[in-house]
Write a protein that binds this ligand. Sequence first.
Ligand SMILES: NC(=O)c1ccc[n+]([C@@H]2O[C@H](COP(=O)([O-])OP(=O)(O)OC[C@H]3O[C@@H](n4cnc5c(N)ncnc54)[C@H](O)[C@@H]3O)[C@@H](O)[C@H]2O)c1
Length: 324
Amino acid sequence: MKILVTGGCGYIGSTTARLLQRAGYEVWVADDLSEGHAAAWDGPMLQVQLREEGQVAAMAAQHRFDGIVHFAARAYIGESMQQPLRYWRCNLLPLLHLCACFRGVPIVFSSTCAVYGEPEVERLEEHLPLQPVNPYGASKMAAERVLSDRALAGAGSYVALRYFNAAGAEDDGLHGEDHRPEPHILPRAIQNALGQLEEPLQIYGTDWPTADGTCVRDFIHIEDLAAAHLMALQYLLEQGESVALNLGTGQGHSVMEVIQAVTRLVAKVEWQETARRPGDPARLVAGVEKARQLLGWTAQHSQLENIITTAARWHQQFPGGYPT
Ligand SMILES: NC(=O)c1ccc[n+]([C@@H]2O[C@H](COP(=O)([O-])OP(=O)(O)OC[C@H]3O[C@@H](n4cnc5c(N)ncnc54)[C@H](O)[C@@H]3O)[C@@H](O)[C@H]2O)c1
């Protein structure tokens, strides 16, 4: 079976593309290389700007795919607060064009826990109302709605996977996170500990309503995310019904706990407090029962120690990230 992975030169997409390939699928990646890296994926690749409908249509004229795994998007909450229109364009146009050009093809979609906003519950479950507090989350919520309307019209099924905080690197140490600049707390803490960051790690507020005053997040290893995409794809190819599922561990770690763990496992992290960032919820932890029941998926690689040691190995071996 032939599968299209959009954004397959990016962090989560490339790891997933490799797993799908190992599982026996013929995998084609489509990426504009705006954020991703050619060196992250060495299989078949189409350099395509998915915001241009003509380019997506040209791809559809040449290739018939049995399934699509759609990662390509912009994914920075802070940036989305400053450039909301960019997020609506970048996160909706590619999906609309894929839906228009690949009618009937099942889609596994990268959604996010940012669709929930900040309900005051211990764990976020899929039945909660979606009330995003930033344009990034709002654009993903709208994308889920597009997929749901398409499915109701009989034009193709979908699984929306709402990931919590993706983290870690592949076990071989050869593939990991390389965003430039890197906005995520975990790789930044490791880069700081390894002396790869010139400035101290910024912590956005220590007065949040959490046990130690720093934000709490649910970190999920990219190998676990990749496995969930494989299972979701198989589920759709076996005629499973459209659904949205959380991907997390169900366990939260505060920013301060991450800093302490990186200090223990890698080296001391230099940090300094700065103001809260608009659009950041205090606590985001997944309810994970639905993905377990429907797909049989649970996180296997997402212990904080494993996330940090795999990511540290990657950053140590490739201090400048992927070669350009
Ligand atoms: N990283 C996280 O913690 C996280 C959490 C929740 C959801 N997500 C979602 O997962 C997906 C992947 O995230 P990531 O961290 O791997 O991001 P990434 O930036 O590493 O990968 C995205 C890839 O998509 C490509 N791309 C973007 N826009 C494109 C376009 N218009 N046409 C063609 N290619 C395009 C980029 O070049 C890049 O290779 C995103 O949809 C993101 O919203 C990520």
